[in-house]
Design a protein around this ligand. Structure first.
Ligand SMILES: [Zn+2]
Length: 302
């Protein structure tokens, strides 16, 4: 099954693009394991829900789809972009590519076996997502969030995610609570298995899932970006592979949501985000050194 819109790149071969759910109000059906959305199309991108089309598109069977050759070529191109984006994105948020790592277009084009044009397009996309920094005349590097930027990211997360759980405490369904429990249980399992990379991924997924359930696309995209940027901040200001989210705290947030206790859930989320921030050492701002207090003029040698 493929989407017949000619703009997106969803098909049954794209393992990264498995549909699993959509926002409330959008109907979903499943054909051969592929979930089709009637109105708006979403795909999972490293467990992040991303809207690919704002317009409704019908899903067509590949054999009956009357797609033009150019539309098909465009779709193939998009699939390549998406796959490369997905792999680089994953390597960054899983700390395989550390902040400030150079991302040479030639080397990446070679590694993926594609043109530099495709790599450049993907790097620009990652730059929009604040995961890559494009330096004029030098090229791309993995972004290096400053301490001030890190503080702002945590401040924004507290504001947005506390507001989201406050809203969710009044509106969340039992099915959505089950979805959150599934993530938390998977976190517990990855902890038991000592799988740090999986834990890191799932810890972000918990927050993405909350934002997705809340049903506000703008806030969901914002939280997705903030969670990814937090991952970079952790990579930069804490030891590689560190998992700052506490599985127990996620569990407490779900329990408070289940009790529909607004005050408790907001407090739990705020405490949780403050605990994450506290694990990142943002205290050692490079001091503005007054060299006159540090050094004295040399006296002429006698
Ligand atoms: Zn967390």
């Amino acid at each position: 099954m493929v989407c017949g819109c000619g703009e997106c790149s969803i098909d049954s071969h794209a393992v990264h693009h498995t549909f699993t759910r959509c926002s409330p109000g959008i109907s979903v059906s499943s054909v051969n394991g592929i979930f089709l959305l009637d109105n708006v199309q979403y795909r999972i991108h490293l467990n992040t829900f991303r809207r690919v089309n704002s317009m409704g598109h019908k899903m067509l069977d590949d054999s009956s789809a009357e797609l033009s050759a150019s539309a098909k070529a465009k779709k193939r191109g998009n699939r390549t972009d998406e796959r490369i984006h997905s792999e680089i994105y994953s390597a960054i948020i899983n700390h395989q590519l550390r902040p400030a790592t150079p991302l040479h277009e030639d080397a990446l084009a070679n590694a993926f076996g594609v043109s530099r044009t495709i790599i450049r397009k993907v790097l620009q996309q990652l730059s929009h997502e604040k995961l890559v920094e494009l330096i004029p005349n030098k090229g791309a590097i993995v972004a290096r969030p400053s301490i001030e930027e890190a503080r702002q990211v945590f401040e924004a997360r507290r504001a947005v995610e506390c507001m989201l759980v406050e809203k969710l405490a009044a509106t969340i369904s039992n099915a959505d609570i089950d979805r959150l429990r599934t993530v938390v249980n998977a976190e517990a399992k990855s902890l038991e298995q000592g799988d740090k990379r999986r834990r890191l991924q799932l810890s972000g997924d918990f927050h993405r899932e909350l934002a997705s359930i809340a049903g506000n696309d703008v806030l969901r995209d914002f939280v997705n970006e903030l969670v990814s940027r937090t991952s970079l901040i952790i990579a930069l200001y804490e030891s590689p592979g560190a998992v700052p989210c506490s599985y127990d705290e996620h569990k407490e947030i779900v329990e408070a949501l289940e009790r529909r206790n607004v005050e408790t859930v907001v407090k739990r989320m705020e405490d949780h985000l403050r605990h994450i921030e506290a694990q990142v050492d943002l205290s050692d701002l490079p001091a503005r050194v007054d060299f006159k207090t540090l050094f004295r003029p040399l006296t002429p040698a006698t």
